[in-house]
Design a protein around this ligand. Sequence first.
Ligand code: NCD
Ligand code: ZN
Length: 376
Amino acid sequence: MDCVRIEGRAYVAGRFARVRLGREGCRTLQFSNDYIILPGMVDIHVHFRDWGLSHKETLAGGAAAALAGGVVAVGDMPNTRPHIRTAELYRKRLEEGASLPIIYRLHMGVPGDLAELDAARPGSVKVYPEDVETYGWGHVEALMRRCASLGCVVVFHCEDPAYFKGAERPPEAELRCVERVRLLASLTGAKVHLTHITLPQTAEASRGWASVDVTPHHLLLDTENCRDPGLCLVNPRLRTPEIRKALLATFAAGLVDMYATDHAPHTLEEKRSQSPPPGICSIDVSLSLLLALWKRGVISLGDVVRLYSHRPARLLGVEAGETFVVVKLEEFKVRGEDFAGKCRHTPFEDFTAFGRVAATAARGRIYFRGGEVYSL
Ligand code: NCD
Ligand code: ZN
């Protein structure tokens, strides 16, 4: 494979500088000032499926979508078929992920037998509302104690199912869960991350004891501007415009630690059915949606790098130092048909994004939009 070096304007340590990346002796590709080079993005919350759900997405398809979006490392979720609750399944899945062109990490599912954690030694464990229903809060507390001693992060989809009202999942379910988990964190000493939070109160309440992330859809979509019953259905639910705007203001004020997609592929047929499954696809354009907020002056470029590269890399324990993404500074319309994975539908269709990903470099290779691949 041909090797290339990249020359262009990079955002490094809070300012722009001309850089040359790659090895001596390789052909040099120059990028003009219409482009910027950023560190590779890290997404702590994705669903790359396979394992009984390949019709929705595959590990390879998910990785292609990630690279198309400038994402070089992911934290995949354990809700495959079967759900990843044992050391054996955890290792097997990690082995499969190791051959991907991106850096692959996995959040382990809650094991019924907590001894599985000692065997698996996961970096993190994902707790779903369904786990609370199945095993009870007592088991979650025991899990947190075990993680406190093993050093794993407990990642919560924080909605207390006791407050669900049929198909309705009101904000109260999140507020109550946060209160409960806060108490458990102080009792157990576990390191906690609250993923896809939807309320500004959660960001405020988490200070000092948990890190939090928000998704592009909870920042940008609400019950008014997203009304398609299938494409807009997601857990936690989209909120009212008032709540959504307050969350965006909290995000802009720097009270959120990370940005993560919760990229959750389902087939278009499933999403168009009478009972559509929850989940939104966005990883192909997540960086560009974030850069559009920079373009609008809502956040700084430093925020983009902190929220979607540095902080998430720390949570996953990945070294993203050798990775980067080249972005063209232009506006474009989101088109699901341009997505690279199996999932080509998105409620962000027609949204104006900014900063088209021109190339993504990960694991010693650089992948250009359009398909060319070179070693670095
Ligand atoms: C998740 C999925 O599709 O795996 N969907 C979602 O809306 N976030 C599962 C879930 O969180 O219920
Ligand atoms: Zn998810």
